[in-house]
Design a protein around this ligand. Structure first.
Ligand SMILES: NC(=O)c1ccc[n+]([C@@H]2O[C@H](COP(=O)([O-])OP(=O)(O)OC[C@H]3O[C@@H](n4cnc5c(N)ncnc54)[C@H](O)[C@@H]3O)[C@@H](O)[C@H]2O)c1
Length: 351
């Protein structure tokens, strides 16, 4: 198990993006998305993917120099063209725009098209929570889920997140793919040779399989909670792609298997300025009551703790930021080392 100082990882990420042609401001913003995600313990969606984003820039599927631009806007909404910039860059610009507009109008929606994989949805929802707002963030993705009754890939894992402030600098937040598990988790199990439950994939006949090796060619992901996750994935598609003009369903190419293609996914961000609806202190007190009542729910036999959505992630983040270090997964070490060998930028692990 290798460890790295958060500051070293940040410097490596920023230097690598700048060397690839990204402006230092956008590189710092993207590095913050990825490293915050790592500190939340979502190691499949943080700096591990930096190498692939940079390879995608080299292959022409992402434009390192691009800046997202506003297509159309109103007081409480905007549609942004990502212009093939990193999804993290468009995602931050869009959520920051939604927050700014919501300060005026109480609630705002900002959609993005012509974007790429934005990492973990939770980062953007938490941008709103850190401003005392409720945030929602979502993205469509290339189709990898078989819909109920289907046997081939029809819709993306369409990550969805909400976050609401808790008053102590943390938030209550859910950050999930709308498949039973994120595709990168299946790939991670496949790389480690680990068995998977029969609730993750269906095979080429539409039947459950435990063989991770079949993914992605001969197996599709199962939707979260059958028709319920399927329905929510359609909602994400509506707000992220149908409204924004991004690629829909089968129009979206895999961001990491088809490096030279423009991914053209869309994202959607919603910010709700709670303090315009009720006094903020009252909201925080009600959030605390909500949290307490959920925490005090009688525990099942063998369970020693009830968690709030997002609580595990905040505990991991607090541990990482207090120590200033991160324990890296093998997949992260492999990917970051590969990038370092490719771009010649030194990566300093803790010895
Ligand atoms: N950009 C993309 O295209 C894309 C696609 C898919 C997934 N993703 C990302 O992948 C990541 C992982 O997704 P996932 O579906 O595997 O997540 P997951 O199944 O690990 O669920 C994580 C969420 O569930 C909550 N949670 C877990 N156990 C809990 C418990 N016992 N009690 C209360 N809450 C609990 C966590 O706090 C967190 O909010 C997410 O960050 C998602 O945004 C991104």
């Amino acid at each position: 198990m290798k460890r790295i100082k958060l500051g070293s990882l940040r410097k490596f990420a920023v230097d690598s993006l700048v060397a690839a042609g990204v402006s230092s401001e956008n590189a710092a913003e993207a590095a913050d998305v990825l490293i915050t995600t790592d500190t939340f313990g979502v190691m499949t969606h943080g700096t591990k993917n930096l190498y692939q984003y940079i390879q995608k820039m080299q292959a022409g599927g992402l434009d390192p120099h691009a800046e997202p631009t506003i297509d159309r806007e109103g007081p409480a909404w905007a549609i942004i063209n990502g212009n093939k910039a990193l999804g993290m860059v468009s995602g931050c610009k869009a959520m920051k725009s939604a927050i700014k507009k919501a300060k005026e109008t109480g609630i705002a929606y900002v959609g993005v098209h012509n974007s790429c994989h934005f990492g973990a949805a939770g980062y953007y929802a938490n941008l709103a929570a850190s401003e005392g707002m409720i945030g929602l963030s979502m993205s469509n993705a290339d189709p990898v889920i078989a819909v109920p009754g289907g046997r081939s890939k029809a819709i993306g894992t369409n990550p969805f997140s909400f976050a609401a402030p808790l008053g102590d600098g943390t938030s209550l937040f859910l950050d999930i793919a709308l498949s039973n598990v994120a595709a990168l988790k299946v790939i991670s199990a496949k790389e480690k040779g680990q068995p998977i439950p029969d609730t993750w994939l269906v095979d080429e006949n539409g039947l459950p399989t435990t063989d991770a090796d079949k993914f992605p060619k001969k197996a599709s992901l199962q939707p979260m909670a059958a028709h319920k996750g399927y329905g929510l994935a359609v909602l994400v598609e509506l707000l992220s792609s149908v409204v924004t003009g991004a690629g829909m369903l089968g129009e979206v190419a895999s961001w990491n298997l088809d490096m030279s293609s423009t991914n053209n996914v869309g994202h959607a961000f919603i910010a709700i300025d709670i303090s315009q609806m009720l006094p903020y202190e009252q909201f925080i007190a009600r959030m605390q009551k909500l949290a307490d009542e959920l925490h005090q729910s009688p525990k099942a036999v063998g369970c020693d703790r009830i968690w709030l959505p997002g609580e595990m992630e905040w505990e991991k983040r607090k541990k990482a930021t207090a120590s200033g270090e991160l324990e890296l997964t093998d997949a992260m070490v492999k990917s970051l080392t590969g990038l370092s060998e490719m771009n010649g930028i030194k990566l300093n692990f803790i010895e």
